[in-house]
Design a protein around this ligand. Structure first.
Ligand SMILES: Cc1cc2nc3c(=O)[nH]c(=O)nc-3n(C[C@H](O)[C@H](O)[C@H](O)COP(=O)(O)OP(=O)(O)OC[C@H]3O[C@@H](n4cnc5c(N)ncnc54)[C@H](O)[C@@H]3O)c2cc1C
Length: 292
């Protein structure tokens, strides 16, 4: 690793002031599970490292006005086991459970996972399907950004160098909504996904038709992506095998995977269609089974 200056601010204000002072030459470190590897590989060579491990107040889970807010420094394991997350967003608790191993989950933070912006990660996929937003802070003020606008390219986001991601806000889905995350990993249970798909489906309980739906995919493009054309195919329709096949085929066309150790681009594209079909069907069945 290159030599670097190391700071351990104790408040958000101190962290933001350091970011403001050092700008592009500084890097924040939360769990460090991604950053330290990148520093060892010299893919990132910061002059200044700002560790967030002493910061207080960014680890809470709060419910306000139908929204669940997760502090950015909450670990994956804390998010997976938080009673409020399990009660209101079981699909999100389950998604965090599917990340790597418990040793990684005990350290990696929910904010670090989004800022890292590896398109193979699991939580961004489910958070996209849940229509989440992120809160960003800088000395200049705060802003809230929909997750659909947050990721811009491989390992790139719209975070400015002087900004800290402080929280994730997730609307609690309305009744008669089913939500699932399906992770396809043919190699080992703690691997990154070959394809990951999250779907939320809200049904009209009287007719069973889809009132609203969101489909998101990971590992099949330079960013996690929303399959909005496939969503349009599904809205207003009834669940049939033909509809699921059509939605899968349309979603598949929106993907742009690369070939790597987890599969060829063609294989990943084909699996994207299959797993969109499965995720949609499971979410739909879950929504239909919701008691009135
Ligand atoms: C062996 C291994 C296997 C893994 N498998 C999976 C998997 O299967 N699925 C999966 O989803 N993930 C997996 N992960 C985890 C994932 O890839 C990241 O390592 C993790 O989510 C990063 O979180 P962190 O808190 O450690 O971030 P860090 O490593 O501390 O930081 C990552 C990046 O985010 C920035 N950053 C961190 N926090 C903030 C903040 N609050 N505001 C602004 N910028 C910030 C840092 O500057 C850095 O650029 C795995 C990791 C490892 C090491």
């Amino acid at each position: 690793m290159n030599p670097f200056n190391y700071h351990t601010p104790e408040t958000q204000e101190e962290a933001l002031a350091l970011l403001h002072e050092h700008g592009d030459s500084a890097k924040l470190m939360a769990g460090g599970t991604a950053l330290v590897i990148m520093m060892k590989q010299r893919l990132v060579v910061p002059e200044t490292l700002i560790s967030l491990h002493r910061l207080r107040g960014l680890t809470a889970v709060q419910e306000t006005n139908g929204t669940l807010q997760l502090g950015a420094l909450l670990t994956h394991r804390a998010a997976e086991t938080a009673p409020l997350v399990r009660a209101h967003l079981p699909v999100l608790a389950e998604t965090y459970r599917r990340v790597a191993t418990v040793r990684i989950r005990n350290v990696a933070t929910v904010g670090g996972a989004l800022a890292h912006a590896d398109p193979n990660q699991d939580p961004p996929v489910t958070l996209l399907a849940l229509d989440a937003q992120v809160q960003l802070a800088s000395v200049g003020g705060n802003r809230t950004v929909p997750l659909t606008d947050f990721f811009t390219d491989y390992y790139e986001t719209m975070l400015r160098p002087d900004e800290l991601l402080t929280a994730i806000r997730v609307p609690i889905p309305p009744s008669h909504t089913g939500s699932v995350y399906v992770k396809f990993l043919p190699r080992t249970a703690d691997d990154y996904a070959t394809v990951g798909v999250a779907a939320t489906v809200q049904v009209d309980p009287a007719t069973g038709t889809c009132q609203d739906c969101r489909i998101a995919l990971g590992s099949v493009g330079s960013t996690p992506l929303r399959a909005q054309q496939a969503e349009a195919v599904v809205r207003g329709q009834r669940l049939t095998p033909e509809l699921l096949r059509e939605a899968g085929a349309v979603a598949q066309q929106q993907t742009d995977p690369i070939s790597d150790t987890r599969g060829s681009a063609d294989y990943k594209r084909a699996m994207a269609g299959v797993f969109v079909r499965r995720a949609l069907e499971q979410a739909w069945q879950q929504a239909l089974a919701t008691p009135s």
